[in-house]
Design a protein around this ligand. Structure first.
Ligand SMILES: [Zn+2]
Length: 160
């Protein structure tokens, strides 16, 4: 009931639902926010709303913008409870995320001496995904990063 008061349906956009409570900011860091900030899109963030399934949850609605499948896949890696819904003319289409094999250029390697962090080497970071360990591993220096830490290591883009 309460949820319906807070959550208005939208006709077009993306709804990222079942985010663990108070983690919406981490999810936003995984998105190309600069695209949204410089546009006509609107962003609605709901914190700590009641959830039948999980007790409490966060929710993000991006009005008139569809996030990329890549972005959806990475968010689902970090928070596996998340569901991503694309809405077109009021119709809701659930996106089934895939576990990516590699993540290129989105996450910074936490190892300061890693070659991918060298300002003189313009190389993109590259990680392989190791699902069984719930971690990604740097292809250059083998440093492991647990899925939960990925949001802290997202490479900031211009304007985001
Ligand atoms: Zn590395």
């Amino acid at each position: 009931m309460e949820e319906h008061l807070l959550v208005r349906k939208i006709d077009m956009g993306t709804v990222i639902d079942h985010i663990p409570p108070w983690k919406a900011e981490n999810v936003l860091r995984l998105l190309e926010l600069d695209k949204i900030k410089r546009s006509e899109y609107s962003l609605i963030v709901l914190h700590n709303v009641p959830s039948r399934k999980y007790g409490r949850k966060d929710m993000i609605k991006i009005y008139r913008h569809h996030i990329s499948h890549d972005e959806a896949d990475i968010i689902c890696l970090v928070y596996p409870t998340i569901t991503v819904n694309y809405i077109r003319d009021w119709r809701v289409e659930k996106y089934k995320p895939k576990i990516p094999e590699k993540i290129v250029g989105r996450i910074r390697c936490p190892e300061p001496t890693c070659i991918s962090n060298s300002p003189r080497e313009p190389i993109k970071s590259r990680f392989r995904v190791i699902g069984e360990l719930r971690a990604i591993q740097c292809e250059y220096c083998d440093t492991m990063v647990e899925f939960e830490r990925m949001a802290d290591l997202v490479i900031r883009r211009e304007g985001s």
